[in-house]
Design a protein around this ligand. Structure first.
Ligand code: ABU
Length: 379
């Protein structure tokens, strides 16, 4: 590459190409993930805490192999549907590269095959004009970043800031070797008591464990985000942002976007099965006049195998702005609920993507929303 190709972008461009501070300002550009070439992860010890036990046989059968074709085609179609619907709503959509997840790889510490790059939200976190790559915590996701690098390099050349969180070694020390992964009830009890498969050996986090409310960012300790990772983010972002570690009642905590989901300034959805356990956080929202709404349960039809997620993908939505929300087309109770809150719902048939680990919000990463950095909870 010639040096001139990475010339510094003009000042005004630097501030606009990547810019997003919350989940509800008017959406202008977004990344939608891809699952072309997806591979079923092996049922390793750490992956057992992610894969739903009722589907462990699926992972035993297909681990390390491409996803069965019918599932894959439905999932790809779902993401293409999403792209079309977003474009129809005037949003610019970018897609990551297709990479070969069937290749096994070997580092100094482990050997693994890959997964997919469908869940852009897990890997990418946009805070203002900065794109932050998440270190992630599962070995099958070690090389997921490769799918996004063309896009990120392009955003960088156009003025975005680009940071990669410290890459995890994912050596054995990152995983608690005594964690009883095969004893489901005991695992759940331990998780509820604050013990996880991931240790504090090195920082790890997924972008989807952070929810942005302008200067205030909520984050949960989860199966894949440890306290070391949260502290890294706190120091990295510095005093301009306030990171609030928030606990929810959840025996399988994995990303906040089916648990505590803002739908605009002053309104948040709270998953009724996973209430917030921190009175200081609840006070923070209530004191600032926020309404906390409890949506109905998701209805995901039984023919869609939720290998990796809960049915609460129904609340894994994308706000196009404070008035319009993209929602899975078959989730009628959720659609009705959102309409009753005065929102215009934009339905999309995305459920074919659910087996690949996420819903609408998981599959995307907003790159640019029209808005500025604000404080929604006082100064
Ligand atoms: N990755 C978000 C899915 C979380 C859930 O299973 O509810």
């Amino acid at each position: 590459m010639k040096e001139s190709e990475v010339a510094v972008a003009p000042k005004q461009q630097q501030q606009s190409v990547v810019c997003s501070y919350n989940e509800w300002d008017p959406l202008e550009e977004i990344i939608v993930g891809r699952i072309d070439g997806a591979v079923v992860p092996n049922l390793t010890r750490e992956f057992k805490t992610f894969a739903k036990p009722e589907y462990w046989d699926f992972f035993r059968k297909y681990g390390g192999k491409p996803y069965p074709e019918d599932l894959l085609l439905k999932g790809m179609k779902a993401l293409d549907n999403l792209q079309m619907v977003l474009e129809d709503q005037g949003v610019i959509v970018k897609r990551p590269d297709v990479i070969d997840f069937t290749k096994t790889y070997r580092t100094m510490h482990f050997e693994s095959s890959g997964f997919n790059s469908g869940n852009a939200r897990d890997f990418l976190l946009v805070i203002g004009d900065e794109i932050i790559e998440s270190p992630m915590a599962y070995r099958c996701r070690y090389f997921e970043y490769e799918a996004y690098r063309s896009l990120i390099k392009d955003y960088f050349k156009k003025g975005a800031r680009w940071t990669a969180g410290p890459k995890c070694s994912m050596s054995d020390e990152l995983y608690d070797q005594t964690f009883p992964v095969d004893d489901i009830e005991e695992s759940k009890k331990l998780i509820l008591s604050g013990r996880y498969i991931t240790t504090e050996y090195e920082p790890c986090f997924d972008g989807a464990d952070f929810t942005r409310f302008g200067r205030d960012i909520l984050v949960s300790r989860s199966l894949v985000t440890n306290n070391f990772g949260i502290e890294w983010m706190r120091r990295h972002l510095g005093p301009e942002y306030r990171i609030h570690v928030t606990r929810f009642y959840d025996d399988s905590p994995m990303h906040m976007d089916t648990t505590w989901v803002p739908i605009g300034e002053g309104r948040v959805l709270s998953c009724p099965e996973r209430p917030c356990l921190d009175s200081n956080i609840l006070d923070m929202f209530k004191t600032a006049g926020w309404e906390i709404h409890k949506p109905p349960p998701g209805l995901c039809p039984p023919q869609i195998p939720l290998h990796l997620t809960s049915r609460w993908l129904s609340m894994n939505i994308i706000m196009l702005d404070q008035n319009r929300v993209v929602v899975e087309a078959s989730e009628e109770p959720t659609i009705k609920f959102l309409k009753n809150l005065g929102l215009k719902t934009v339905p999309v048939d995305i459920k074919g993507f659910f087996p690949f680990g996420g819903g609408l919000h998981c599959a995307t990463c907003d790159i640019r929303r029209k808005g500025t950095l604000r404080s929604y909870f006082g100064n």
